[in-house]
Design a protein around this ligand. Structure first.
Ligand code: PHE
Length: 466
């Protein structure tokens, strides 16, 4: 449905918007990054601080972003410019969204690398299912070291890594090139319900077969001494990453929302769904990890190495493993689509070219960076691009992009968004968009004006220099 005279598309319904936004939020961030970050940052302290960040920072920022997009009805920088113009404020504020568009592009490049690993594991489990049949566990007769070795084995094969990465990127490009209603909305409307179905089944299965109580106490026991500046910054970064914030993605999706959508309510649904999935993913993965006697701090290896070992001991292991990675693939695709859409919408509106051409231009750029990320696990393993910054000292290209976007771009983008919405933009304009009233409205406004910018600045400072 195009708005009069503009060629601008909209979601076909409110639920399509919600599914697309939840699809953007729920992804590798929940299934892969959240358990890894929680395990590396000490469990309970991280998790509780994460929940605090989602409620007091993520949710208000999410509403601010969709609101800017909906008012602007354009790509993210242009939307900010329009809000600024309608508020008689300097249009230069659009730089906050330009930074975001660039960050989305950076994230897209390494996100598709991990998407490629997911595809690889789909292949591994599908093959295993064919080889060993339905009944037994996965990888019958193979030693745990051998299963763990699948990931380093993949890492060692630069050509395969690059191929899988580009394959995942091309699928993402295909859907973005098709446009808002027949591409982006289509994936969300079909894949997200399937995702939730598989997710529910696997979580219930995990709860019955795994070591559930250890996982609960690991994830929810709060040890204050573990809450360092670095852990706090990691938790904020994870909250932003998971909610797709600070990188113009939610502004871009907000721009396709209709005027009668209540944004306050919708933001609440998106944040609850995303956080629910992250916590349940933790509760699904850690019991399995503990039951198999594996380490919680395995980091990025948790989903790709520990879990497959655990699938070995499970009845129907190959099938469960296959279902699991297919499910992660669906979640990852709906997220990568939103990561590509933010820069693509900017490029095609700004330069007045077709959507397909813009998709190819942005995709080609992401392919170049993606190859560098894919090779940082093998040929470029010793390349530390930001080694002069202490927290990135021994960080390869892939981890540097991940760290810089989640720990710098996202918090800085969010601080600027809060200042813009809370202090610069016309209060009446904001009030007419946010769909909140009474106490909720006052609370949101106080959070955006005071709490978020101050808390974020402190966490950023302590996390980087403390
Ligand atoms: N939120 C997505 C995930 O959790 C990643 C993402 C980040 C998507 C930023 C869009 C923008 O996987």
């Amino acid at each position: 449905m195009a708005a009069a005279g503009s060629g601008h598309e909209n979601w076909s319904s409110r639920s399509a918007f919600i599914l697309a936004a939840v699809g953007s939020a729920v992804g590798l961030g929940n299934m892969w990054r959240f358990p890894a970050e929680a395990g590396e940052n000490g469990g309970g302290a991280f998790v509780l601080f994460y929940i605090f960040c989602v409620l007091l920072i993520g949710l208000p920022v999410l509403l601010s972003e969709v609101l800017i997009g909906r008012h602007g009805q354009a790509n993210a920088p242009e939307s900010v410019r329009r809000v600024a113009r309608d508020s008689n404020a300097p249009e230069g504020w659009s730089v906050l969204a330009s930074m975001g568009v660039f960050a989305a592009f950076l994230i897209l490049s390494f996100y598709c690398v991990v998407g490629g690993w997911v595809v690889y594991y789909i292949g591994v489990f599908a093959n295993d299912l064919v080889q060993t049949g339905l009944a037994g566990g996965a990888f019958e007769g193979r030693a745990p070291d051998d299963i763990e070795g699948l990931l380093p084995g993949l890492f060692g094969n630069g050509g395969l890594m690059v191929g899988l990465n580009l394959g995942f990127l091309v699928v993402t490009m295909f859907f973005v090139a098709r446009g808002v209603s027949s591409g982006i909305e289509w994936v969300a409307v079909y894949l997200m319900p399937l995702f939730f179905l598989l997710f529910l089944a696997i979580t219930i299965y995990g709860a019955f077969t795994g070591n559930f109580s250890d996982a609960v106490s690991y994830l929810f026991t709060f040890d204050f001494s573990k809450l360092t500046g670095e852990v706090m910054l990691a938790a904020v970064g994870q909250a932003f990453f998971s909610l797709s914030l600070g990188v113009a993605g939610m502004m871009t999706y907000g721009a396709y929302a209709n005027r009668d959508t209540n944004l306050g309510e919708t933001s609440g649904i998106i944040a609850s769904a995303d956080t629910g999935v992250a916590l349940l993913a933790g509760l699904a993965i850690f019991p399995i990890v503990f039951a198999a006697g594996l380490s919680a701090s395995a980091g990025p290896g948790l989903m790709f190495q520990s879990l497959p070992i655990a699938f070995q001991a499970m009845p129907f292991g190959s099938l469960i493993g296959l279902a699991f990675f297919v499910m992660v693939f669906f979640a990852a695709l709906t997220s990568s689509v939103s990561l590509l859409e933010a820069p693509t919408a900017y490029v095609f509106e700004k330069f007045n070219i077709s959507r397909s051409v813009a998709t190819v231009i942005v995709g080609a750029g992401a392919a170049v960076l993606g190859v560098l990320s894919a090779l940082s696990f093998n040929d470029l393993a010793g390349f530390y691009p930001l080694s002069f910054i202490p927290i990135f000292a021994e960080t390869n290209f892939f981890d540097t992009l991940d760290g810089v976007t989640a720990k710098l771009f996202m918090p800085i983008g969010a601080i600027l968004t809060c200042i813009f919405v809370g202090w610069i933009a016309d209060a009446k304009l904001i009030d007419s968009e946010n769909g909140l009233d009474g106490l909720l409205h006052k609370t949101w406004r106080a959070l955006v004006r005071y709490v978020c910018p101050i808390v974020l600045t402190v966490i950023l400072y302590v996390g980087l220099f403390g």
